[in-house]
Design a protein around this ligand. Structure first.
Ligand code: BJ8
Length: 423
């Protein structure tokens, strides 16, 4: 990574602590990623993005701010990027996937809540995430109880706008959600000083759809018997999609897809044929949470799809591009987002249907149901998913874990036994 000392200093970062964070990642990345055999050449771009994780992209954000632009951070795939970009702001997903931030989160939050929430708060309190430090505002949402109460604490450290996400999908809930998108639009207009026009919104709808399409193209390459890319690499690409420059990300991922499609034609794969194909379903995996994929893919399995918010829930379904005025465009946005089947909704039959569909599409041999510790909604929903999969004769294993590596060996033993069973 280049020398960004002054930039980090100007972002009010805790430089000493940040050094500690920076020390961990390269070795970990080498062990998890660079040790893989026969990776696609186009993954070099994504290696580069990680090598510059707190550098180049942050510099771009800082430059955007110098030109009067604004940066908006978010933690959930329900926050509509279309609105953010239409106002000339840059939206970034704040990752919160590291154990490094958990102890700082526990300074102000109970220990027995989800690590994603503790890391989301801890990253700000520790002043070690330059993306967070660059944000003018962050957007929270009323998804699970832990998150919605955490925003009350976070607002003492950074301006927070909370979107009230309905917990049901009835017609009146949809109307309320449309209203929330309008409120978010007003908030972003106030922050940026830019009015969101129908033309600008059309452009950003098309841009975000383009990103969804390229991710879909990437995932389609994983449906083939000879996998051209590992699950770990596909996960990394999706994680980077949350904060990279969208245009550049799209073009680099198109390049990757070209290479993967060529591999498919030539029969080049990254795993021996017959490797059990696993779907990971459950809670999101923010950078640098690679633990479960790494365990699976070093235990004789291959991850072929993620039914998570760092997987299909992020890119499935497009916003209809036929909106002729602001109102119809916002309704189209609301429609698309309400198709996301997060366990925060009740009832949530759509998610079971999604999992059954993905099992078919990706020719899955078994499902690894992943729940972050203390995530009640995904934990409870396991029962319904298990029942539906058992009816179809699809093996499933549930893994509940946190960001630490304390239980790695124990999970590995269970995953190895599961893979052995489905072989
Ligand atoms: S749309 S999954 S990104 S809310 S894992 S913090 S639910 S206790 S992250 Fe999520 Fe949006 Fe839903 Fe997706 Fe709470 Fe569960 Fe933690 Fe979670």
């Amino acid at each position: 990574m280049g020398d960004y000392y002054n930039m980090w200093k100007n972002l009010d970062m805790d430089l000493e602590k940040h050094d500690q964070l920076c020390e961990i990642l390269p070795e970990f990345y080498e062990e998890v990623y660079l040790s893989q055999q026969n990776r696609p050449d186009a993954m070099n771009y994504f290696n580069f993005v990680i090598s510059e994780i707190h550098g180049l992209r942050v510099e771009e954000l800082v430059n955007h701010k110098k030109q009067g632009g604004k940066i908006i951070g978010s933690f959930c795939v329900f926050v509509p990027d279309e609105i953010t970009f239409a106002a000339g702001a840059i939206g970034i997903g704040l990752c919160a996937g590291s154990q490094f931030w958990v102890p700082d989160g526990e300074r102000v939050l109970p220990r027995n809540i989800c690590p994603l929430i503790k890391a989301s708060i801890g990253a700000k309190l520790s002043a070690t995430c330059p993306y967070y430090q660059a944000c003018n505002m962050v957007v929270g949402e009323t998804t699970c109880d832990g998150k919605k109460k955490a925003w009350e604490i976070l607002k003492d450290y950074i301006p927070v706008h909370v979107m009230d996400l309905p917990q049901m999908k009835r017609e009146k809930n949809k109307e309320a959600w449309i209203d929330e998108i309008y409120s978010y639009k007003s908030k972003v207009e106030e922050l940026t000083g830019n009015i969101i026009t129908s033309e600008k919104l059309k452009e950003s709808i098309e841009l975000v759809n383009k990103k969804r399409k390229v991710l879909k193209r990437l995932y389609n390459t994983r449906k083939f018997p000879q996998l051209p890319i590992s699950g770990k690499d596909a996960l990394l690409v999706t994680q980077i999609a949350f904060y990279d420059d969208p245009e550049r990300f799209i073009s680099k991922t198109e390049e990757l897809c070209d290479e993967l499609e060529k591999r498919i034609e030539e029969g080049v794969g990254v795993f021996p044929s017959g490797t059990p194909r696993l779907l990971v379903a459950g809670t999101p995996m923010a950078i640098p949470f690679w633990k479960l994929h790494h365990i699976i893919e070093t235990s004789g399995g291959a991850v072929v799809c993620e039914e998570t918010c760092t997987g299909t829930r992020y890119f499935e379904n497009l916003v209809a591009e036929n909106g002729e005025d602001l109102d119809s465009q916002i309704r189209n946005i609301a429609d698309r987002y309400l198709k996301i089947n997060c366990a925060c909704f009740t009832p949530n039959h759509g998610r079971v249907d999604d999992i059954l569909r993905l099992v078919q599409d990706y020719k899955v041999d078994g499902v690894v149901y992943f729940s972050l510790q203390f995530c009640h909604t995904y934990n409870i929903e396991y029962l319904k998913v298990e029942k539906a999969l058992k009816q179809e004769g699809i093996p499933i294993i549930k893994i509940e874990t946190d960001y630490s590596d304390q239980d790695t060996e124990q999970i590995k033993t269970r995953v190895e036994a599961f893979i052995e069973m489905i072989k």
